[in-house]
Write a protein that binds this ligand. Structure first.
Ligand SMILES: Nc1ncnc2c1ncn2[C@@H]1O[C@H](COP(=O)(O)OP(=O)(O)OP(=O)(O)O)[C@@H](O)[C@H]1O
Length: 711
């Protein structure tokens, strides 16, 4: 029996079709049972929620989705907001149920050389460590998976190894063989992530595993020890490597599974959360937001996946992608807890059921998904709607733990510290309203078409889907050689890896994919993650502004702050100095351009000959006094908009040759623009629409400067 048939044996029977129906990342919830302290209503330091009434209600539509609502059921003070997830497990459902439904189906792929990922996310004390790590009496998902993997590996003659790591402040550390040097995230020739410096230790039995795992769970980075037991917030994970040899081809297949226990989600704005260092919180939250953005992008079938915006997502890149299987478990505190509400609202935004719904309702809309993401950006006030009624029920500190079994919790508890930074996150109320906006989603197939060699001409959307799917398979096959430097073997991923499970028909249990969804090839995604517009990581904290600016370059912001455009405006501003003595002379656009408006004419006052421009303004109370530059600056916003509009008009009207003269526009993009114009007369209505051309912010700036240079 070869490895693949062995792996697909009765051990994992029944899961095949279910596995094939998986797409992107499945986002599920798990409501933690009440702790004894919550039941008696006495704070034992684990939680200060004195009320243990059911404050979370779950409605499940079997096989489809689960809807979670918060509020005190007994007082009837239910919150209106409810959040959809792909599924949610009740308080009385154990980890073993999550294992058999969510994790076991993924194990099959590991033996075929695929990757998989199980992530626990949620507020502090919500049960993440319990879910992933478990205890001696109640093993978590990782020990359960290892037992199954070891059994199957014995059957097929495969070998198993593990690595354990910690991600602290965007640095990765080895937990099995702790050293000062951090682990480096590198990309090999096949664009696969290699973790340089992360040790892999062979595991032959459950006893071996328990020893290693316990040791890793108790492990702390050297700096932590030196810092006199300062407790920190960090993400921790364990990677299981399964190597099998395909007896037919004699090729070695290495499948990997990553179990991640994320640092607790924490609203740093709340005083009760003032326990961790602001910088540390900022890094943790940034990585959590980026991860959620990655999941959102995958589930929404976006072309740009913001893996590069945090070390955590870089590390997880091969585990959370379209060729892997991933489940994201949102752990929920059963008591009313602001952090849990925020956590679930963010998870809900990223889940499949919401994403597919979004696709279904977005076909005819012209607004882009990125707008939806940006709405969450704290910089635009994305979370002003905090519900004060919930704040009354904030959790206080989690000072102790009931954890047993595998030593110290996988995630270290936090020592209270003052917290000065504040965060803005989507309040649930706002979230609901934001969700409505998602109906205005752009046509994703459009953006992808540009980069698809098989779709250079105008085709029906159905054709696009087919060609995209075909390209996905072919390209994956071409570039499938894997140099697994850490395992010391050169292997090739199985063909099954190339044939994305997402391209197969869905079982009725999972929401159907809309007809217009296509599946781009993974390598295109990777390329775009490097060169594409930097629009991810839009969920950020106020306090993190400086560290996050780089990851928040929305096109709107770009339009307002792009250096080339500003320079151009400065030039124009300077030229206004000459208005007092010279006739206004603004270049005429090229003959073929019907949008021949004169730049800024609307904003320039009729000139009185002989009177210096600045003097004229001085004598007019409607205008500010000062230098022409000062005056111009006050008007620059309108002028910028006007200039941007000129650029868009140009792109909406120029012929192919004119388009090709622009920086960044070649034959392919020019053809694409003309195709877009055939579909819609004016495809570019906002600067943000230019992202459909697949240009970087810099390229768009350059292109716009080029257009303005023609006036
Ligand atoms: N499903 C469960 N059944 C029983 N007890 C649970 C369950 N989930 C969590 N607990 C208990 O709840 C407490 C908090 O759980 P846990 O430490 O796993 O939370 P956490 O989210 O990892 O917290 P932190 O973010 O602070 O590390 C622990 O005492 C744990 O034993």
């Amino acid at each position: 029996m070869d490895s693949s048939s062995a792996a697909g044996s009765a051990e994992f029977s029944g899961s095949q079709s279910w596995l094939q129906s998986r797409r992107g990342v499945r986002v599920v919830g798990k409501i933690r049972p009440f702790l004894s302290s919550e039941i008696v209503g006495v704070s034992d330091g684990e939680s200060s929620c004195s009320s243990c009434r059911a404050q979370i209600s779950l409605t499940r539509c079997d096989g489809d989705y689960a809807s979670i609502a918060f509020g005190d059921q007994t007082t009837g003070s239910n919150r209106k907001d409810s959040y959809k997830l792909d599924w949610c497990y009740e308080q009385d459902e154990g980890v073993s149920e999550i294992f058999s439904r969510e994790v076991k189906p993924l194990l099959q792929g590991i033996f075929h050389g695929r990757n998989a990922c199980v992530i626990a996310y949620g507020a502090r004390g919500s049960g993440k460590t319990h879910t992933i790590q478990g205890s001696e009496e109640n093993p978590g998902l990782a020990p359960m998976a290892i037992s199954e993997i070891l059994m199957s590996a014995t059957d097929v003659g495969g070998s198993v190894a593990i690595s354990c790591y910690e991600v602290y402040q965007d640095h990765i550390y080895d937990l099995l063989e702790p050293k000062e040097q951090e682990v480096l995230v590198l990309e090999d020739a096949g664009r696969r992530i290699q973790l340089k410096g992360l040790s892999q230790v062979p595991v032959n039995s459950s006893v071996d595993f328990k020893k290693l795992f316990t040791n890793a769970c108790n492990q702390r980075r050297p700096q932590q020890k030196a810092a006199n037991e300062i407790l920190i917030r960090s993400h921790r994970g364990m990677i299981v490597y399964v190597s099998v040899v395909d007896k037919k081809t004699s090729r070695s297949l290495v499948g990997k599974m990553n179990f991640v226990d994320l640092a607790g989600y924490e609203d740093t704005k709340q005083k009760s959360n003032a326990k961790s260092h602001p910088a540390e919180s900022a890094k943790v939250n940034k990585s959590l937001y980026t991860l959620l953005n990655v999941i959102y992008a995958l589930n929404a079938n976006e072309t740009y996946i913001p893996y590069r915006e945090s070390k955590l997502t870089r590390l997880l890149q091969d585990f959370i992608c379209r060729a892997s299987g991933a489940v994201f478990i949102t752990c929920l505190n059963p008591t009313l807890c602001q952090d849990t509400i925020h956590a679930v609202s963010l998870a809900s935004r990223s889940c499949q059921v919401v994403s597919w719904h979004r696709h279904d309702t977005a076909k005819s809309s012209s607004k882009s998904v990125s707008k939806f993401i940006r709405t969450f950006s704290p910089s635009n006030g994305g979370s002003r709607a905090h519900d004060t009624s919930v704040k009354k029920h904030q959790l206080s500190q989690f000072a102790s733990t009931e954890k047993k079994g595998y030593g110290t919790p996988f995630l270290t508890k936090i020592r209270p510290q003052p917290l000065s930074n504040s965060m803005k996150k989507p309040g649930p109320t706002q979230f609901s309203s934001i969700e409505k906006k998602t109906n205005n989603t752009t046509s994703l197939t459009k953006g992808r078409k540009l980069f698809n060699a098989t779709s250079s001409s105008t085709k029906s959307s159905k054709d696009d889907i087919l060609s995209n799917a075909a390209t996905y398979v072919d390209t994956s096959n071409e570039d499938n050689a894997l140099i697994d430097s850490t395992c010391g073997v050169t292997s090739t991923q199985s063909e099954e890896t190339c044939v994305s499970p997402i391209a197969t028909d869905a079982e009725p249990k999972i929401p159907e994919a809309p007809n217009d969804v296509s599946f781009p090839n993974e390598h295109n995604d990777l390329q775009e993650s490097e060169t594409g517009p930097d629009i991810g990581a839009n969920l950020t904290a106020d306090s993190e502004e400086s560290t996050m600016k780089e990851s928040q370059n929305s096109f709107v912001n770009m339009a307002e702050s792009s250096p080339p455009l500003s320079e151009r405006l400065r030039e124009i501003s300077n030229s206004l100095k000459l208005l007092s003595t010279q006739q206004i002379s603004i270049g005429t656009p090229k003959v073929d351009v019907p949008y021949s408006k004169q730049v800024g004419v609307d904003h320039i006052e009729p000139k009185t000959p002989g009177v210096p421009f600045n003097l004229r303004l001085d004598s007019n109370s409607n205008f500010e006094t000062g230098t022409p530059q000062d005056i111009f600056r006050t008007r620059s916003t309108g002028l910028k908009k006007s200039l941007a509009q000129e650029c868009l008009s140009f792109l909406n009207s120029a012929n192919k040759e004119e388009l090709k003269k622009l920086k960044g526009i070649g034959e392919k993009r020019a053809t694409y623009i003309l195709e877009l114009r055939e579909e819609t007369p004016d495809p570019f209505k906002e600067i943000e629409d230019l992202k459909e051309l697949g240009l970087s912010s810099k390229q768009i700036n350059g292109m716009m400067s080029g257009i303005l240079g023609d006036f």
